[in-house]
Design a protein around this ligand. Structure first.
Ligand SMILES: *Cc1c(COP(=O)(O)O)cnc(C)c1O
Length: 380
């Protein structure tokens, strides 16, 4: 049995998303103790004066923290793998890339995924002699012979294209490559890449996973014990661990992931349908729309759809008027939070048009949100 309270392993697997989120990573009930014990704040811990670190599991905070271990148990149970938490999504992704890739290796990255991963590849990976290839998430993909690692991001941020994870994992494995999937946008409730054939999941927990716009977090999950211990060693040697309070806050937030995603996704569905009817909105993308280029793969592969839509308002000026006119949308980068927010991605260097907007639906009431956004578009 995992540490999750109150059930056999079979029971855990049979539970629905809401049950699994509410109970993920909780210790077994102990009378007089809280459901989720508070954050353990420690750099060094007391050592046995004679036996030293051999006598107790926790000796020093970089490798050892109970709040972080409970969070890892929780996220691991949702991804169906073993998890390592990091200080941010970038810390997790760069840990994976630098653990796996050696000079002379080739990595394939999404050309339309999170921009800092490409920047890191161009700046650091190429400098140490790793060959960097890119392909758009929707394809076409180059031949994979000679590729060491394929990193996929699906749905891709910010364009929301979807990669066929099972088919690409099979093709990569046939060519001898490992497959990593950035699961940030989907979250483990949206899809479980390890079940679809991927070797490892990396993600930012800063976004919908924790959803309150109040912390940075990253994680890696895998069923490959050797890979896990190599990355654990990397993390201990480089030190990008989340603090105890952030780990605890993240764990506390996970309990409502199912509820938050349900409202965010319903809001995105209503908003996408409403925006699709407007002649002044171009390039609308949401994988749940039947006409969307990603719809067919998303419907087959995803258990639920993200609360994010993207569209083009034609110019940076119109985006500015739209965001100013809205009472509910916060202009902010990041996404997946309980508050609706929108980000004009060109201002961060994404290769998109000046009027391209990524809009992340929060948990506001659907009629309020749809009315606010349509009113703001009318005024913009
Ligand atoms: C935000 C994001 C990251 C980076 O995560 P941080 O927690 O900000 O470091 C990586 N991948 C995707 C898809 C993201 O959206």
């Amino acid at each position: 049995m995992s540490e999750a309270a109150g059930g056999s392993e079979a029971g855990v697997n049979e539970w629905g998303d809401g049950t699994r989120c509410a109970h993920a990573g909780l210790p077994a009930p102990v009378p007089g103790q809280p459901f989720l014990p508070g954050p353990v704040f420690a750099a060094p811990y007391h050592l046995d004066p004679v036996a030293g670190p051999a006598a107790a599991p926790d000796g020093y905070g970089r490798p050892d923290n109970a709040s972080r271990r409970r969070l890892e148990e929780a996220i691991g149970s949702l991804e169906a793998g073993s998890c390592l938490a990091f200080a941010s999504g970038q810390a997790a992704i760069t840990a994976l890339l630098l653990t796996l890739l050696n000079p002379g290796d080739t990595v394939l990255l999404p050309s339309d995924g999170y921009y800092l991963v490409r920047a890191f590849a161009a700046g650091t990976l190429e400098r140490i002699g790793v060959r960097v290839l890119t392909a758009p998430t929707a394809g076409p993909y180059p031949p994979l012979a000679g590729v060491t690692l394929v990193l996929l991001e699906s749905p891709a941020n910010p364009g929301l294209d979807v990669a066929d994870l099972a088919a690409l994992s099979a093709a990569a494995h046939a060519a001898g490559a490992l497959v990593a999937v950035d699961n940030t946008t989907a979250t483990p409730l949206g899809q479980r890449p390890l079940d679809l054939g991927a070797d490892v999941v990396v993600a930012s927990g800063t976004k919908a996973l924790t959803g309150h716009s109040d912390l940075l977090l990253g994680y890696l999950a895998t069923r490959d014990g050797e890979l896990l211990s190599r990355v654990r060693q990397w993390r201990n040697q480089t030190g990008a661990v989340p603090g105890a309070f952030d780990a605890w806050l993240a764990h506390r937030s996970l309990a409502t992931l199912d509820l938050r995603l349900a409202r965010q996704s319903a809001n995105a569905a209503a908003l996408a349908r409403s925006l699709a009817a407007r002649p002044d909105v171009a390039g609308l993308r949401w994988p749940g729309l039947t006409g969307d280029p990603a719809h067919e793969v998303a419907a087959r592969q995803m258990r639920r759809l993200p609360g994010i839509v993207s569209f083009d308002l034609g110019s940076a000026e119109r985006v500015g008027r739209f965001l100013t006119a809205s009472r509910l949308i916060f202009a902010a980068t990041s996404f997946g939070g309980v508050h609706t927010s929108a980000d004009r991605r060109a201002q961060w260097g994404d290769e998109v048009t000046g009027g391209f907007l990524r809009l992340s639906c929060g948990i506001e009431d659907t009629p309020d949100l749809v009315a606010d956004i349509n009113g703001a578009l009318d005024r913009a």
